[in-house]
Design a protein around this ligand. Structure first.
Ligand code: 5MM
Length: 342
């Protein structure tokens, strides 16, 4: 393992004013997104949609440091035959790959899940590296509810995240470690902080035990946020202050950067929360975005599967990418938000 090289890639992933585009929806998830805009999900429609994003020159060169791809996409070519990976590289961004294989029910823990995909991972990583991937992603899912999460679910998911991260570094690939505490429940923000704190402590404990070099990874956490069904919704300021405090308590300064997931927040909330955190300042790591839905909902609506709408889709994507780029420096304003992309 060349740690200096891993660290260089990790720092480039969180470079000032840049963040990650999570375009790694699996077959089922992209079908759900396409169903919502009335588009049939086929190999070609998925390719056309993602090609539209990767050819958004302004967004890709100025606001996006890297793209998380799904297995199908990393092997696909654009309509003109150029590998999609090359389009990303030509724009100055780094290709990455989701390597987990989704979740399965966790035996003995009703309602809880464990992420799978460690079998043959070393072989898959070598192939992805040869194709150009320089970072990878593995997402663990922790739900909050009556009597959950259990310590079992937290432990086995953290253990798998660390196993994955160690294998990535051995393959000269920067692991994005994503332990996602879902915002689906009716819990308040303090319960989210309590569970996320436990999850992050266990994750870093496992990373330490399994000898993962913190300088060669990126953390992709959820923010401290109220459950969607909670009667009390925390303000932007409370989310920012509680998230920053929680991260300072759990994340070693050796980690090169933190790139949040959006988790089902509205586009504006995801941007406003990131901006508010960066305005607090004085943090040991850059805080940026690794958004899926909060970057793609607008372009999906604008595109709606029609070739004539590619320009509109690219404008919508560029606007959200720019707004989140500003937020990653604590420079986002509602004025800029309201100026639609030129
Ligand atoms: C883009 O969605 C990713 C893939 O999800 P599935 O494996 O369920 O299809 C997802 O892992 C995503 O990268 C993260 O959750 C962050 O995306 P959001 O939409 O939460 O910002």
């Amino acid at each position: 393992m060349n740690l200096a090289e891993l660290n260089k890639v990790a720092l480039a992933m969180v470079a000032s004013g840049k963040g990650l585009l999570a375009a790694d929806e699996s077959g089922g998830t992209i079908k759900k997104r396409f169903d919502a805009i009335g588009v049939e999900s086929t190999e070609n429609s998925r390719r056309d949609y993602r090609e539209m994003l990767f050819r958004s020159a302004d967004a890709m060169s100025n606001a996006i440091s890297g793209v998380i791809l799904y297995d199908e996409t990393i092997w696909q070519n654009a309509a003109d035959g150029t590998p999609l990976v090359k389009l990303i590289e030509q724009a100055g961004a780094i290709p990455g790959i989701k390597v987990d294989e989704g979740t399965q029910a966790l035996p003995g823990c009703p309602g809880e899940l464990v992420t799978v995909g460690l079998d043959k991972l070393a072989e898959r990583l070598a192939k992805y590296h040869a194709r150009g991937a320089r970072f990878a992603k593995w997402r663990a899912v922790i739900d909050i509810g009556q009597g959950i999460p259990s310590m079992t679910a937290i432990h086995v998911n953290a253990h798998a995240l660390a196993r994955y991260a160690a294998l990535c570094q051995q393959a000269q690939i920067v692991p994005i470690v994503e332990p996602e505490v879902l915002m689906d429940g009716d819990h308040d923000i303090d319960r989210c902080v309590e569970v996320t704190t436990q999850v992050l402590h266990e994750t870093f404990q496992q990373l330490r035990i399994q000898r993962v070099a913190l300088e060669g990874m990126i953390l992709k956490p959820n923010m401290a946020i109220s459950g969607k069904k909670s009667k009390t919704q925390a303000s932007v300021r409370e989310v920012a202050e509680k998230t920053v405090r929680m991260l300072k308590q759990c994340v070693p300064a050796a980690v090169p950067g933190i790139a949040f997931l959006s988790g089902g927040q509205s586009d504006l909330d995801a941007t406003a929360h990131l901006d508010a955190m960066n305005r607090i300042g004085g943090l040991p790591w850059p805080l940026t975005f690794s958004y899926g839905r909060a970057l793609q909902a607008a372009p999906q609506q604008a595109w709606a599967g029609k070739a004539d709408n590619v320009g509109a889709g690219q404008q919508a994507f560029t606007h959200r990418a720019r707004m989140n780029s500003l937020a990653s420096n604590g420079e986002w304003t509602t004025n800029q938000e309201n100026q639609k992309a030129a």
